[in-house]
Structures are given as structure tokens and as C-alpha cells.
Write a protein that binds this ligand. Sequence first.
Ligand code: ASC
Length: 151
Amino acid sequence: MKTLAALTLAAAALTFCAPAAAQFAKTEDAIKYRQSALFVMGQHFGRLGAMATGRMPFDAKVAQDNAALLAQLAKLPWPAFSAGTDKGAPTKARPEVWAEPAKFKEHAEKMQAETVKLAAAAQTGSLDSLKAAFGATADSCKSCHDSFRAK
Ligand code: ASC
């Protein structure tokens, strides 16, 4: 019984300490995780876009909060594109994600960097700064989607 408990603990510890690539119990979980993270990002980015394009009145505090969240959320999706998660649940991720990992990583890092700049722009309280940084971030979303996401 003691041995079993020790083994269970060791297995649990391994699960928590495993590298990011092995964080998901199932392939399907990794796919759902990255889709969920990107969906939530889209919600927050969409609010910033609504302000940047005048569809929603500009509120500096709301912009700051959304942009700060977005910069944190932008860290989430990437470990969930781990090896073997190209199928196992419906996904628009193209095979290029795994065939061209350096290029994919470059796009992911570019987008993350843009969200950090967007959060900094939102901090200034200037709508013009927000607009410029929003546009640059949207371009980074789009260029990755063009190469790595199926239509
Ligand atoms: C979003 C969203 C995207 C990007 C992209 C930017 O809010 O869901 O896919 O922004 O449209 O060009």
C-alpha cells in the first residue's frame, strides 16, 4: 500500500514536472486547449479592435485591462501544438505547423512581441498609440493564419 502511494505520488510529480510538450493527458486536450486560448484571445483582442476602429467608445482603462490580459494569454497556445497533435480532434492547424517549426515559432514569437507592445501602448492612454499597435498586432495574427491555419 505504501509502495503504491509512493508510486502514485512519483507519477503525479512527473506529470507536473514534465516539459510543456507533455502537459496534456490527451491529444484532444491539447487541441481544445490551444483553440480555447486563441478563442479567449480573440475576445479580448476584439474589444480592443472595437475601440481602435470606433465601434466602441474608447475607454483607456478597459483598453489597458484587455491589452494586459491579451499579452499574458498570448503565451498560452504554443506548448499545445506539441508533436502528434496535428490530428485527434477537429483542427484548422495545417501540417506546416509541424513541418516548419522554426517558421511557426517565429510567427508565434512575433505575435507575442506585438501583444507586449500593444499592452504598452494601451498603458499610455493614447487612442492613436492603441490604433497603431492594434494594427501591427492584427497583422501578426493574420500572417500566421495565412501560413499555418486552414481556411
Ligand atoms: C481576431 C481574430 C483573429 C485576428 C485577425 C487579425 O480578433 O479572431 O483571427 O484578430 O482577424 O487580423
